[in-house]
Design a protein around this ligand. Structure first.
Ligand code: CMC
Length: 375
C-alpha cells in the first residue's frame, strides 16, 4: 500500500472556487485573478465565493444587509470568551467561541439555507474575533456596528478608533487575500468534519484548530517575530547564515503548492510598505523583511522556497495597530469565507463521508497475558 505522506498531491474534491498555479504563481477565485480582485470589496468577494458570480448592486446590498443584521452573538458566548483570561491563546479562544456557537445554533444542512448560514457565520466571526482581542486587552465587549464595509466595522470594533481610508482599504484587501487557498490543512480538517454532516459552526471550529499551528496560520506571527529578533537590516545576513547553520526554517518562506513567489505576498508587500511608512518601528521591520526577502531568495530559490502570504502581512496588521497575537485571528476571520464556501460545495455537490485508511505496520497477532501474570 502506497502512503502519501502529508497527503501531498492527493485530490480530495473538485472545486470551482479557487485555482492555483503553483509554478507560475497564479491565484484566482472563480476565475478572477487575485490582483484584479484588489479592486473588489470583501463583500463582493463573499458573494462571488458563495453564489458563483460578482454581485449586482442589489445583490450586494442584500448580502450586506444579512451580514449587518447578524453581528449579534448570544451573551453566553461573549461571556465564554471573556471568562477565559487575558493570557489565553487567541485561536483557542476563537475555537471555544465557535464551539459555543455550534452548541447554540447547530444548523442542519439545507440547500435553501446554507449560504445564509455562511453569511451569518461570517458576520459572527467578526464579533468573535474583535471580542477575543477586546478580552485580551481588558476592554469591554462590543458588537461590530454596521458601516459602509465589513472591514471598517471590524477595525472600529477591534481598535476602538475611526480607521482612515487607507487602513480600511488595506484591511479590505487583506480579507480578500486570505479568503481562500483551495484545500490547505484547515480547510481539509473542516471538510472532514463537514463530511460527517456535522453543523457548519463545528466545521469552522475544526478548521480553526488546524489553522492554529505554526506551519499554517501561525506563520505570520512567526515571520514578524523574526524581524523583531533580527533588529536591524544590517544584521539580516548574519542572522540568516546562523539559521541555515542551525538548520532552522525561515518563517514566511516556502509553500507546499507555490514553487515561485506567492502572488499574495507581492500584494501584501506593497500594502505593508505603504502603511508601515507611518510608524517608525514598522518601517524598520519592513526594511528588515525586504532584506530578508532578498537574502532568502538568493539562497533558497534553488530549493524553490520564496516568501509566502504570511511573510509581509504581519507588518501590515502591526502598522494598523494590531498586537502580534491577532495576526492568526485576522487570517481566520478572512478564511471563514473560504472554509464555509468549500463546506457548502462539498456537502451540496459531492458529499461522501471522508474516511481514509491507514496501512497497519504494527505487531502480528499476540497472546493476551492478564495483568497479574505479566512480569
Ligand atoms: N526555510 C528553510 N527551509 C525550508 C523551509 C523554510 N521556510 N521550508 C521548507 N524548507 C526546506 C526543508 O527543510 C526541506 O529541505 P530538505 O529537502 O533539504 O530536507 C525542503 O525545503 C522541503 O520541505 P518540506 O517540509 O518537505 O516542504 P512542505 O511542502 O512539507 O512544507 C511548509 C511547506 C509551508 C510547511 C514549509 O515550507 C515551512 O515550514 N515554511 C515555514 C512556515 C510557513 O511559512 N508556513 C506558512 C505557509 S503559507 C500559509 C498557509 O498556507 O498557512
Amino acid at each position: 500500500m502506497q502512503v502519501s505522506r502529508g497527503l501531498e498531491d492527493v485530490i480530495i474534491k473538485t472545486t470551482s472556487l479557487t485555482f492555483i498555479d503553483g509554478e507560475k504563481g497564479i491565484l484566482r477565485y472563480r476565475g478572477y485573478d487575485i490582483n484584479d480582485l484588489m479592486n473588489a470589496s470583501y463583500e463582493e468577494v463573499i458573494y462571488l465565493m458563495l453564489y458563483g458570480d460578482l454581485p449586482s448592486r442589489g445583490e450586494l446590498e442584500e448580502v450586506k444587509s444579512i451580514i449587518n443584521e447578524s453581528y449579534d452573538v448570544p451573551e453566553s458566548v461573549i461571556n465564554v470568551i471573556f471568562s477565559l483570561g487575558r493570557s489565553c491563546d487567541p485561536i483557542g479562544m476563537m475555537e471555544t467561541a465557535f464551539g459555543a456557537l455550534a452548541s447554540v445554533y447547530n444548523p442542519a444542512w439545507d440547500k435553501e439555507r446554507d449560504k445564509e448560514t455562511a453569511l451569518k457565520i461570517i458576520a459572527k466571526a467578526s464579533t468573535v474575533t474583535c471580542n477575543v482581542m477586546r478580552a485580551k486587552e481588558g476592554l469591554k465587549p462590543k458588537v461590530p456596528e454596521p458601516s459602509e464595509s465589513y472591514a471598517k466595522s471590524f477595525l472600529r470594533s477591534s481598535l476602538d478608533k475611526e480607521p482612515d481610508e487607507l487602513e480600511v482599504k488595506a484591511m479590505d484587501n487583506s480579507l480578500v487575500l486570505y479568503t481562500d487557498h483551495e484545500v490547505p490543512a484547515s480547510t481539509t480538517a473542516g471538510l472532514v468534519t463537514a463530511s460527517t454532516l456535522s453543523d457548519m459552526y463545528s466545521c469552522v471550529t475544526a478548521a480553526l484548530a488546524a489553522l492554529k499551528g505554526p506551519l499554517h496560520g501561525g506563520a505570520a506571527e512567526g515571520a514578524f517575530n523574526q524581524f523583531v529578533d533580527i533588529g536591524s537590516p544590517e544584521k539580516v545576513e548574519e542572522w540568516f547564515s546562523r539559521k541555515m547553520e542551525e538548520k532552522k526554517r525561515i518563517m514566511g518562506f516556502g509553500h507546499r503548492v507555490y514553487k515561485t513567489y506567492d502572488p499574495r505576498a507581492k500584494i501584501f508587500k506593497r500594502l505593508a510598505e505603504s502603511l508601515s511608512s507611518r510608524k517608525p518601528e514598522a518601517k524598520t521591520y519592513f526594511k528588515i523583511a525586504s532584506k530578508l526577502d532578498e537574502v532568502g531568495e538568493k539562497h533558497l530559490s534553488e530549493k524553490k522556497l520564496f516568501p509566502n502570504t504570511d511573510f509581509y502581512s504581519g507588518i501590515l496588521f502591526y502598522s494598523m495597530g494590531f498586537p502580534v497575537y491577532m495576526f492568526t485571528p485576522i487570517f481566520a476571520l478572512s478564511r471563514t469565507l473560504g472554509w464555509t464556501s468549500h463546506f457548502i460545495e462539498y456537502v451540496e455537490e459531492q458529499h461522501r463521508l471522508i474516511r481514509p485508511r491507514a496501512a497497519y505496520v504494527g505487531a502480528e497477532k499476540r497472546e493476551f497475558v492478564p495483568l497479574e501474570k505479566r512480569s
